[in-house]
Write a protein that binds this ligand. Sequence first.
Ligand code: PEP
Ligand code: MG
Length: 544
Amino acid sequence: MEKYIGKGVYGAIAIGKISVFKRKEVSVKRTRIEDTEQEKQRVEAAKALATEQLQEIYDKALKEVGEANAQIFEIHMMMLEDMDYNDSIQNIIDTQSVNAEYAVAVTSDNFAEMFSAMEDAYMKERAADIKDISNRLIRNLQSEGEDNSSSDDKVIICSDDLAPSETVLLDKDKVLAFVTSHGSSNSHTAILARNMNIPAIIGAGDEFLKAIKDGDDAIVDGFTGEIFINPDEETRARLIAKQQQDDEKKKLLQNLKGKENVTLDGKNINIYANIGSVDNIGAVLLNDAGGIGLFRSEFLYLESEDYPTEEQQFVAYKKVLESMAGKKVIIRTLDIGADKQVDYFGLKKEENPALGYRAIRICLTRPEVFKTQLRALYRASAYGNLGIMFPMITSVSELEKILAICEEVKSELVSEGVEISDKIELGIMIETPAAAVISDLLAPMVDFFSVGTNDLTQYTLACDRQNPELEDFIDTHHEAILRLIKMAADNAHNHGAWIGICGELAADTTLTETFMRMGIDELSVSPGFVLKVRDTVRSLDLSK
Ligand code: PEP
Ligand code: MG
């Protein structure tokens, strides 16, 4: 038996077999090839497929985001045919007798570097496009003969790290637990694991990854962060007993279903759930959440190969609203960028992505994408009790622009005769220190605030939430964060708005009392935490 220790991000126990995550976009290796002609034919086939894919994307984009935005895909098709680019790939294959993937990767690096070095801003930007088309070619080359071996057994997925886009694409019914050798506890992957109610451990270390192989027996203890490989009988028996105890505790919490979120002295609070996908609604209902406090709509974009259409989004939002049968559903508009990367957005690589071009900044500079989502949201509003929330707000002027676009979309729909609810609430996330500090100016403009403590923590403490080295520096209970939340709560209430918390801190039951004393009106947590928070609320006496 071997034991490794990381940090548990969801407390539960999983017993099963290891499956080492195979990344689709594996790093390109240089391999010597005898038959260079065949290698060049592989490039041609990958190119033909890429052209087909890009044509499809172009047609869709033309319909959905207009010609100006679709043009980029036409440019990509032209780049694919560029003589210099193609000559370079062929020459590398011929002169070095290497595999196609390697030749494409080297060409991509060379061309991207050349474009980046140009003075002209337009040409500089083409570096990202070269990378984009090259990655498409490499993906097409690598998907030949892809290993689709899959079994029906649930497995413990182990990896160096998982990007949110990789996590969402995993077949959830087959995942017993996640263990990553790197990663940080507030990363979106950790959040997804919590949303899925499965044990997850991050930062198990490089040695762990080196030591394991597919099919190894393992036990994951998400409470302690321990992973046992080929556990001995005594360990197995101990953890089976612990798993049973945990199941018992969770069953006991089930008795709280249907009960109020009320303190011993009669103070109420709403407890809602966070979801990332329509598939999570079952867990929301099962755990008796009073509503949905955060639907991370960007996962619709991550799950998709291309911009989800207005109709696709409408269907998803309508389904969530209808399933919640009149309970509040707060859908957050697109929060893409930083660690949530989607190829088809063609975002440039950034030095500091968390401080970069993300969320509302993308929506305000690509109004077609934003309007498509808003149209879908307003159309869906007729089917339930909708709140729309905007992420990463830092200023009044941003909010003014957003509200103007909302009005524009609304009147467009009204003139088309579309039915829209007149009870939609509009809110913003308080997840930058700037938003908290000017919350007195923002509150009169909205119906509600929702505090995103994950980002608020990283920006306040200047600690990248993705960086595992900083785990020890991230004090989630830091006085600065609590003061900012209190400030936002007071300002919300002074201007007739309500305030919730939807970051991971909302589920930290050691702070439930603090939040209730601040007057927080709603806590939105992963579905699996709803009853635990209810249990805590019911044990408090705020009169003391
Ligand atoms: C947050 O920042 O706290 C939040 C809820 O948003 P996300 O985790 O999706 O960035
Ligand atoms: Mg956030």
